[in-house]
Design a protein around this ligand. Structure first.
Ligand code: BMA
Length: 400
């Protein structure tokens, strides 16, 4: 009898211990659970997010109530016919040259920060990137960062699709190296301070276009389980190990065919702040309009369910340029879609550019595109910041 009671007590104690351990685990900042209990409170996933990151998130929400912000990758670092050189092209941009205003969103890429290199993979110096991020933020711009990091297993580029993800997960043969790479990334992110010493909040969009098979973290080289683990473990390193709290995390596959394709690599609502998708005009205008409208309506539905914001995180025309591409193709694809921003990719050279620059065939059409109520450039989003209720930008030439 006594022996039986001791036995029962032991079972009860073990159960209690198990429950305590379970709830302790559940209290951890980053939890490895399903999304069933993920909060839909519209707040950032990092519960220690800085006030500046929270404010940026709120500003993004306000932006989408007023239209959508226009972004450009490397906007102020170089254009088709110029490169930033101290004092020469002090704070310039092709979009500014064409329209008189800067884009509202400034994209930069951190590829090669992991190698402690002085320049990123497109030969823009990290010192300059830091400076340009500081200037963009000081002027009220939104900053989004991608990371075309090298293949940690082979030291090849992002496009070296040799398998690597498994090796860099916890317990993998290249884990130590990957942690070193993340610590270098963290050092750079930590160095992003405004002129009063506060951390500049930025959108971080790593491991993008994973449903394609052109990057080593993509579908051809990583299972969805491995990819999700990579995402969660990387966030855990940044948030928990490096104590970084000024990031807002965006997940963005390449053009999807359906909702399942979006979800296939989605790490979970606890690990993503912004839903995104990258869509280029590879197959002609008609296909592009169909892809963008279809994809954005899937994102809108998911974002609504999850209480998150969403964006067209990369876009542009890769086909023969036409005079009216902006107002005939891009604008009808995105208007009323609910996106917070769209990011045009970089203006590298005459055969690799995505935003307008002086002299191109669609220059005037982009000026028209800018005049619409809902296409928001830097001055426009600054008006929203000071007056969230304002619904229109000044001097609209075209009413919807
Ligand atoms: C790609 C191309 C590459 C570039 C990379 C990272 O889409 O523009 O030339 O190196 O983005 O910016």
């Amino acid at each position: 009898m006594y022996g039986q009671r001791v036995h029962i007590r032991l079972i009860v104690k073990t159960c209690c211990l198990f429950l305590i351990l379970l709830s302790m685990n559940a209290c951890h900042t980053l939890r490895n659970t399903t999304d069933l209990t993920a909060p839909r409170d519209g707040k950032l996933i990092d519960k220690k997010a800085t006030p500046e990151a929270v404010a940026l998130h709120e500003k993004l929400k306000q932006i989408s109530k007023n239209g959508f912000a226009i972004g450009h990758q490397d906007a102020t670092a170089y254009g088709v016919n110029w490169r930033y050189k101290d004092s020469l092209n002090a704070y310039w941009s092709d979009i500014k040259d064409v329209t008189g205003d800067y884009p509202a969103v400034f994209g930069f890429d951190l590829g090669h920060i992991e190698l402690e290199s002085a320049h990123n993979l497109d030969t823009v110096s990290f010192v300059l990137i830091r400076e340009l991020i500081r200037k963009a933020a000081a002027k009220g711009g939104v900053v989004t960062l991608s990371w075309h990091l090298d293949n940690p297993t082979t030291n090849g580029s992002s496009w070296d699709t040799s398998k690597s993800v498994k090796d860099i997960l916890k317990g993998g043969s290249d884990r130590e190296k990957y942690e070193l790479w993340v610590s270098r990334l963290a050092d750079f992110l930590n160095s992003l301070e405004d002129f009063s010493g506060r951390k500049i909040p930025v959108i971080f969009r790593p491991f993008h276009e994973m449903n394609g098979s052109w990057f080593w973290w993509g579908a051809g080289s990583s299972t969805s389980i491995e990819y999700k683990a990579l995402w969660v473990e990387t966030l855990s390193l940044l948030i928990n190990k490096h104590d970084i709290h000024h990031l807002i995390y965006a997940y963005s596959p390449n053009t999807i065919s359906n909702e399942n394709e979006f979800n296939r690599f989605y790490p979970g609502d606890r690990y993503v702040d912004i839903l995104g998708v990258d869509i280029y005009n590879h197959n002609g205008d008609e296909a592009f309009i169909k892809d963008v409208t279809g994809n954005l309506s899937i994102l809108k539905k998911l974002a609504g369910e999850k209480n998150k914001i969403f964006a067209l995180t990369e876009t542009g025309n890769t086909k023969k340029p036409t005079e009216d591409w902006w107002t005939r193709v891009l604008y009808p694809s995105v208007k009323d879609s609910g996106i917070t921003w769209l990011l045009l990719w970089r203006n590298a050279r005459p055969n690799h550019y995505f935003a307008p620059y002086p002299g191109i065939i669609s220059e005037q059409d982009f000026v028209l595109f800018k005049s619409f109520n809902d296409t928001l450039f830097l001055d426009d989003i600054n008006l929203i910041k000071s007056n969230p209720a304002s619904q229109n930008k000044p001097n609209n030439q075209l009413e919807k």
